[in-house]
Ligand binder design. Structure first.
Ligand code: NAD
Length: 258
């Protein structure tokens, strides 16, 4: 994978999976615009990556801020070749019968509207260029239900839907759109979920959950980044409208009876 001369935008790029993608893109010769609402972590990562990176603070649910990060990337690098549309939040863990409406709106706002707005403002640039690759971060929660996570599950199913629609629309102009579906990955997000589920023993949640994963562990952000970077690269030139699972085997083979 060689990104020399290419520029990427990574939303939610200050932490976790997005930060691993930003690092990997730069390590392979590219330049990156890190977009996040966490300005401290975003500025720190941009400083670490030096001249090959800029940071733009933005809330992905606000169209004006989305337009501004696309514009900033074009001004800095002249092109948007790759877009990792990745920012997301988990919301609260609660049964659907008790789920708070405001939390539902917040999760759908970031995970669906945020992804939509990213597509809405990046795709026109890629269509003008006649090339580009997008990876939306969905989740295995976009494929199967997880009790207690109704808003998150609905939002990630929607991300896969948006991916399929966009791929059909922009494929004829040479633009590809795919999705990745991570299982549990060791980032702040799963740590926050564990604290909600078991405030006194968050570590125990990982132990129990990992026992039901064929590879018996959570994934690492870099392992998701490897898949994202492949899909953003020319090596994936014939792949579009697809979604790929990276979950240690969790979805294919959930815990059995033995
Ligand atoms: P993370 O919390 O480390 O990173 C998410 C980043 O998104 C943070 O930097 C956060 O500040 C940013 N963000 C959140 N809302 C934003 C907004 N409105 N505007 C701008 N930035 C915003 O978690 P992560 O695990 O790296 O999550 C990245 C993506 O991966 C998310 O879409 C998440 O749903 C998805 N995912 C994560 C897992 C997992 O187990 N960690 C599994 C499947 C899917």
């Amino acid at each position: 994978m060689d990104f020399t001369g290419k520029a990427a935008i990574v939303t939610g790029g200050a932490n976790g999976i997005g930060a691993a993608v930003a690092r990997g893109f730069v390590q392979r010769g590219g330049r990156v615009c890190i977009v996040d609402r966490d300005a401290d972590a975003g500025e720190a990562l941009a400083a670490e990556l030096g001249k090959s990176a800029i940071f733009r603070a933005a809330d992905v649910t606000r169209a004006g801020e989305v337009q501004a990060y696309v514009q900033a990337t074009l001004e800095a690098f002249g092109t948007v070749d790759a877009f990792h549309n990745n920012a997301g939040i988990e919301g609260k863990v609660a049964p659907t019968a008790e789920y708070e409406e405001a939390v539902y709106d917040a999760v759908m706002g970031v995970n669906v509207k945020g992804v939509f707005l990213g597509l809405r403002h990046v795709l026109p640039v890629m269509l003008r260029q006649g090339r580009g690759a997008v990876v939306n971060t969905a989740s295995i929660a976009g494929l199967v239900g997880t009790p207690g996570m109704s808003a998150y599950v609905a939002s990630k199913h929607a991300v896969i839907g948006l991916t399929k629609v966009a791929a059909g629309e922009v494929g004829p102009q040479g633009v590809r759109v795919n999705a990745v579906c991570p299982g549990p990955i060791d980032t702040r997000m799963v740590q926050d979920i564990a604290k909600q589920v078991s405030p006194n023993n968050p570590g125990g949640v990982e132990e129990r959950y990992a026992a039901g994963i064929p590879l018996r562990r959570y994934g690492r952000a870099e392992e998701v980044a490897n898949l994202v970077l492949f899909l953003l690269s020319d090596l994936a030139g014939n792949i579009t409208g697809a979604h790929y699972v990276v979950d240690g085997g969790r979805t294919a083979s959930p815990a059995g009876i033995s």
